[in-house]
Design a protein around this ligand. Structure first.
Ligand SMILES: [Zn+2]
Length: 750
């Protein structure tokens, strides 16, 4: 950024500048106050040497989301200081010490000692003084027309959303310099350049006109306008929290939502997180680790461990952590084979449950009994490992490696955050047929979440790989655009035709419940691929290799993608470990809120229609006929209780979400409302049909969440209210369904 050159200016200009600044300050409450101007005595002799400089702090640039919502702001605080050189008597010294001690709660003697440093013009009494106290100091100065007490404003960083986007925004140190995240990455732009007033004086002490020599205006820091959307970020974080709780992930969870066409990151989060305003406070889990550590509290080792935990907590899992992607890589293997015209969608394969890899032996399919005869497309949809290995053999090591590079795995994505981890992979000369076999289903190499999402997202961008980024543009404080970050297309990896075809195959797999089904969203076309990778370099507590990374990438709308998303659950401990069972359901939940927010309306298929939900209206006070008609229009049934003509009460309550099919609203057309209560049955583990029957048998409604299906593999995993609670007749019980899949589980062990 440009250097600010000091310039000589005349007194009139100074007065204008000062007046302007005062107006600006009064309006914005930001820069500095009258006291800074009254600080230096105005003397009439310009022959004296320069004796004092008063700094004028530049404001750190704001960080705002794509819609202008401020994510990193500045808070004005003030510093109170005295100029002992300007104190004319001991009475003044005592007066100042006494009052400041009282107002600022600073020891009298401490202040008095400072007043005795008679040559000093700037002795700090208190920093970070908030407005209320500062106003009291100002009143004191005015009351006695003091020239020896001053205030100067400074600003400190303030993050209005605390934990939101913390791993991306980062934080600043006590000197307001960026230490982490975007605050660090763009520190040069955010900092600005401080200004100053340089004053000359002589020793005569006459009160005469101004003789400021120089006034150097501060240049405020530039503003970062992010591609992040605060609403989408909130949606992502809400569900990642829930996912962390359900999975008990030992090594954190992360998620990224991206615009696959521009590479703009719409949301990015890691859980647990931290408060940007208080980054040195450990999250709950890390704090427990610290408390239960073997080191003596306060010892050097203890402090060292605390630092280690902080560093771990601050790491942005989406870009700083490496993992083996597993089956989410399979769409790329398939794209290579199609691009090279080595297969067609209907090429027949046969999976006996394993594939013999020369020089290694049997590598199993997750379906140990084998998929049997299947097409290339089904191989991808059902995530068959032998199909991938046989496909990779057709591709060959050299060609595969070329595409591996073209998809970006051998270089950084170049995302604008510090510390992007470089992938770990075999050098081309070491890439033999065994590596080829296991790379084909995403194992034995490591990448980051952002790398994986970016590579797969190219399929949603007609085959073009883009650079992911977080800053859309940089503006100065007048709104002029300093830098505009446009979409950076790195290269076309596969043709538009092949990219679109892979998207179709994935979308069809989800829609037809062939694989990755739990990532589906009712009413929308979603392409998705789940993955469950084995950790081969980290043993579990028993010394075995049972640790897993569950993940899912989903893209929607599949035919004209607006968003691509990755969710990674690292070492689930409380839930099932497959990406299909613990990551994909969260892709679905997040996507089901993201798509309507972005303006995409659902279009229900005949199958979706069976599970569609509506919101109950408010019928109280309506005539029974009108209410019944309105309920019928929603596709629900009305049951009238009592013989009155007006609805007095209803069940479920207004605005309750409920499934249309079989849904029933009770209308009480009587003054004697006697609502029956019923006990909620235990639904977990049951099929959709069983749940519906059990509930309707007790006069209860259902709201089908997740991916309800008539498939035998689909069952209830959660319900609310819980089993055995007592509710009113007609209440809605929310039940979340998932489809059991083992479709993504890679088994390297024989
Ligand atoms: Zn198979």
């Amino acid at each position: 950024m440009p250097e600010i050159k000091p310039r000589k200016i005349h007194i009139r200009e100074i007065l204008t500048a000062v007046a302007f600044i005062l107006v600006a300050v009064t309006a914005a409450g930001r820069l500095f106050y009258l006291q800074i101007v009254s600080y230096d005595k105005f003397r009439n002799d310009t022959s004296g040497s320069i004796s004092s400089e008063t700094g004028i702090k530049a404001s750190r640039g704001l960080i705002v989301d794509a819609n202008g919502i401020v994510l990193a702001d500045n808070k004005t605080v003030e510093r109170v200081f005295i100029s002992p050189a300007d104190m004319e008597s001991d009475a003044e010294r005592q007066l100042v010490s006494d009052n400041l001690s009282r107002i600022l709660d600073v020891d009298y003697d401490t202040i008095y000692e400072k007043t005795l440093k008679k040559k000093r013009k700037d002795e700090t009494i208190k920093k970070n003084v908030e407005k209320e106290e500062a106003d009291m100091v100002r009143a004191f100065i005015n009351k006695y027309s003091l020239r020896s007490v001053h205030l100067v404003t400074s600003s400190t960083r303030y993050y209005p959303f605390s934990n939101l986007l913390s791993h991306v925004i980062g934080f600043v140190g006590s000197d307001n310099q960026g230490l982490y995240g975007l605050e660090y990455q763009y520190n040069e732009y955010l900092t600005g350049v401080d200004g100053k007033i340089i004053t000359a004086k002589n020793g005569l002490g006459q009160d005469m006109p101004y003789d400021y020599e120089q006034y150097i205006e501060p240049q405020n820091g530039y503003k970062l306008v992010l591609t992040i959307d605060q609403t989408l970020q909130s949606i992502l974080e809400k569900y990642l929290e829930e996912c962390l709780e359900e999975s008990g992930a030992d090594n954190r969870v992360t998620g990224v939502i991206m615009d696959p066409k521009t590479g703009g990151i719409l949301a990015m989060a890691t859980k647990p997180d931290f408060d940007c305003n208080d980054p040195y406070v450990l999250d709950e889990k890390s704090q427990k680790k610290l408390e239960s550590c073997e080191y003596e509290k306060g010892s050097e080792e203890y402090l060292q461990y605390n630092t280690t935990l902080l560093m771990e907590m601050w790491k942005n899992k989406a870009i700083n952590d490496l993992y083996e992607p597993g089956s989410t890589f399979k769409p790329l293997t398939c794209s290579i084979a199609l691009e090279e015209a080595l297969v067609t969608h209907s090429t027949p394969f046969y999976c006996p449950g394993y594939h013999m890899v020369p020089g290694y032996g049997k590598v199993r399919c997750h379906k140990t009994e084998g998929h049997g005869a299947l097409t290339f497309d089904l191989g991808l949809q059902q995530s068959c490992n032998p199909v991938m290995m046989m496909t990779a053999e057709k591709i060959g090591e050299d060609t595969f490696y070329d595409y591996y590079e073209a998809y970006g795995y051998t270089s950084l994505t170049g995302i604008d955050l510090p510390g992007e981890a470089a992938g770990i992979y075999h050098a081309e000369k070491d890439f033999n047929n065994v590596e080829l076999a296991v790379y084909s289903f995403g194992q034995t190499f490591k990448t980051t979440a952002i790398q994986q999402l970016t590579a797969v997202s190219s399929l949603a961008n007609d085959g073009s790989l883009v650079t992911p980024h977080l800053v859309k543009r940089i503006e100065d404080d007048k709104g002029n655009v300093i830098v505009d970050f446009e979409t950076n297309i790195k290269r076309q990896v596969v043709s538009k035709k092949v990219a679109n075809e892979i998207m179709n195959v994935l979308e069809e797999g989800v829609a037809n419940r062939l694989g990755s089904s739990n990532a589906g969203v009712k009413g929308y076309k979603v392409a998705a691929k789940t993955g469950t990778s084995e950790k081969r370099d980290k043993k579990d507590k028993e010394g075995g290799y049972s640790l897993r990374v569950a993940s899912c990438i989903s893209i929607a709308p599949a035919d004209d993608a607006a968003v691509s998303m990755i969710v990674i659950v690292d070492e689930p401990t409380l839930s099932r470990e497959e990406g299909s069972m613990i990551a994909a359901p969260y892709n679905s939940k997040i996507m089901s809120e993201v798509l309507p927010y972005l303006g995409y309306l659902p279009e229900y298929s005949a199958d979706d229609e069976k599970y569609r939900s509506v919101t109950a209206g408010d019928y109280a006070g309506m005539s029974v006929d009108a209410a019944s008609e309105s309920i019928k229009k929603l596709g629900l049934t009305a049951t009238v209780i009592g013989t009155g003509g007006t609805v007095r009460a209803q069940m479920p309550a207004p605005n309750t979400e409920m499934t249309v099919n079989g849904g029933r609203i009770l209308l009480y057309a009587t003054d004697d409302i006697n609502e029956k209560t019923v006990t909620v049955p235990d639904l977990v583990g049951r099929s959709v049909q069983e749940c519906k029957e059990l509930l309707s048998g007790r006069g209860l409604n259902i709201s089908l969440l997740g991916t309800p299906s008539s498939s035998a593999a689909c069952y209830a995993v959660k319900q609310y209210p819980e089993a055995n609670s007592t509710v009113k007749e007609g209440s809605v019980i929310s039940v979340e369904f998932r489809i059991t899949e083992l479709d993504d589980h890679t088994l390297l062990q024989d």
